[in-house]
Design a protein around this ligand. Sequence first.
Ligand SMILES: [Zn+2]
Length: 293
Amino acid sequence: MAAKIKVIYIAGTGKSGSTLLGKLLGQVEGYLDVGELINVTIQHERNERCGCGELVGACQFWSQVLMKIGGSKKLDQVHWKRLKTRYLPLLAIPGAGRFLRRYFSQLYEVHKAIIDIGQGRVIVDSSKSAFYGAVLNLCPDIDVYTVHLVRDVRACEGSMYRLKSEGADKFAARSTGWNSLRWMIVNRMTEWAARRVGSQYLRIRYEDLVSDPQRTLSEITRLVENEPTPLKWIDGNSAMLDKTHSIAGSGVRFKLGRLELRVDERWKENLPLRNRAVVEGLTRRFRQRYGYN
Ligand SMILES: [Zn+2]
């Protein structure tokens, strides 16, 4: 029997640094950072830019993956959008896997094509959705390592607030109160879903990743590998980045060359006091769960 395909699945809330974590892991020999695989169909349809700088339709990597699975129609059959949220209630039912079985072979086919074309041994997926992650965990031929990435909710909100101030329509309707509730719900659901499907699980904090990348990345690779993995492209807080074929996510996926990692504390200046009071008031007890005072 063929070996199972290994996937590091980055789960958590938006604005937590998942694109950065995917990009960093994508520098490890044999690790393929594919970005948010759950958005591959939509990114392909819109012909958005791949992390390598090419449009998805012109990117050699994704063109070859599509050719191998038999074209973009095959991607549609996976129903990524449904897998993102719709199957949440199913997870509460014992034996939920049987309802999702019809997706397993399609998901395997896509993952196998990525491994073959990229000639890698581990796929790094920063789709974030707890439920898609759970579905992936139920696939018998895919070995999922869930990395739950948590970031201080005030920094997440600061980042969202900055984007809204810059006119990003996508976030315009999201209030600080809703973002705070969402942060708690998504993090709690991520823990629950991973436990429910018995995923191999590691929770990390964004702040620890950028303060000591060598240590945090080693923790992740130790979860996946039996032996230590060299991370020579990290020197203190500085990372040397090469291109990856990541789908969707933040602009850091296009970054090439040296990147200095540091904790982003702009929220302390940018987030209005009123918004800060709302976030802190709503999340106080829950925040402490992850060591944020
Ligand atoms: Zn590409």
